[in-house]
Design a protein around this ligand. Structure first.
Ligand SMILES: NC(=O)c1ccc[n+]([C@@H]2O[C@H](COP(=O)([O-])OP(=O)(O)OC[C@H]3O[C@@H](n4cnc5c(N)ncnc54)[C@H](O)[C@@H]3O)[C@@H](O)[C@H]2O)c1
Length: 299
């Protein structure tokens, strides 16, 4: 999934990077990671927050066009890059039409505004929800595994729809302004207590994670993936699965498939606890591999 874009990549250390959703689960780890890599981070969120590693903290709503325009030029010139994470990050937090409206309007104002302002590169959070299985409200199975980025969306929930449209906004912005955009399809993201409670939940009831395909990613690896996408020299628009190479389950992957997705075709032999997501495109084009594991012996 790629289209040509014409702008140059972000330079390394010292680039000004606007991060939206900076107070969130992923943003609060991305900001210090990018700052640690030498970027000058402008951290934006609508919830008041502190972010000691950011050069600048701006509190406001990305659905406010004027606020976005100001945030994109915090030092009197456009930032070099944008990392767009702000969103209603799961269904059920607000009515579903609000999830759709907020996520699409936010993505449009931030990404289109970045292209218009002359920002050189944007990275944004998508989700495996874009495939349609995770929040479907009824059991849907992938036609084949490992699920790659070419698999068609069968989305029937508004959060998943908002993520497919966010990806389309990225493609649109690359066509319109020539700004490279990279959309990262994250599964469940967590570390520490958040990850521990997810693992305990899956180990108590493996069926409960069937729609999310037992996929996961350590938050620190999400930050590393954002940095890899930001500093890559890839032109155009790209969508990547970003996930750990294994599942959250303590049941072998082929057993999970036999029990919960018996009609799914298996395209290549799967190792004992292999992920059902294909992450080879990110490995090949971004040079990205995860470095955090929960399973003993998987490091
Ligand atoms: N955490 C996950 O498991 C996961 C999985 C897949 C995809 N994602 C995606 O990654 C991104 C970040 O997720 P997260 O887990 O950090 O979510 P989060 O809810 O912890 O953080 C999102 C942040 O965005 C901010 N925000 C929301 N709307 C805003 C607006 N209109 N203006 C300004 N700020 C706004 C919120 O205040 C919040 O701090 C989201 O796009 C989400 O859809 C997350």
């Amino acid at each position: 999934m790629s289209q040509e874009g014409t702008r140059h990549p972000v330079p390394g250390a010292g680039a000004a990077v606007l991060v939206t959703g900076a107070a969130g689960v992923i943003g609060s780890v991305v900001v210090p990671y990018l700052a640690g890599a030498g970027e000058r981070v402008v951290a934006v969120d609508r919830s008041p927050f502190s972010s000691p590693k950011a050069e600048l903290v701006l509190v406001g709503d990305i659905r406010d066009r004027g606020f976005v325009e100001e945030s994109l030029r915090p030092f009197g010139r456009p930032v070099d890059a944008v990392v767009h994470l702000a969103a209603i990050a799961a269904p059920g937090q607000v009515p579903e039409d609000e999830t759709l409206a907020q996520n699409i309007q936010g993505a449009y104002l931030v990404l289109d505004g970045a292209g218009r302002a002359g920002v050189r590169r944007a990275v944004a959070a998508s989700s495996i929800a874009a495939y349609g299985y995770a929040w479907a409200g009824r059991d849907l199975s992938p036609p084949y595994v490992p699920v790659d980025e070419e698999q068609a969306s069968v989305v029937i929930d508004s959060y998943g729809l908002s993520k497919t449209v966010t990806e389309q906004v990225g493609a649109f912005v690359t066509r319109r302004w020539g700004m490279p955009t990279t959309l990262l399809r994250f599964p469940f993201v967590g570390d520490g207590d958040r990850l521990s409670s997810r693992l305990a939940e899956v180990h108590r009831d493996v069926a409960g994670s069937r729609r999310e395909l037992w996929a996961w990613l350590d938050t620190r690896d999400a930050a590393r993936a954002v940095h890899a996408a930001l500093t890559s020299e890839l032109p155009g628009h790209h969508v990547f699965n970003i996930a750990a190479p294994d599942t959250t389950a303590d049941v072998p992957t082929t057993d999970l498939l036999a029990r919960f997705h018996p009609g799914t075709a298996v395209r290549r032999p799967l190792g004992a606890f292999d992920s059902l997501l294909d992450t080879s495109a990110a490995r090949r084009l971004l040079g990205f591999e995860t470095s955090h594991a929960w399973r003993r012996g998987a490091d």
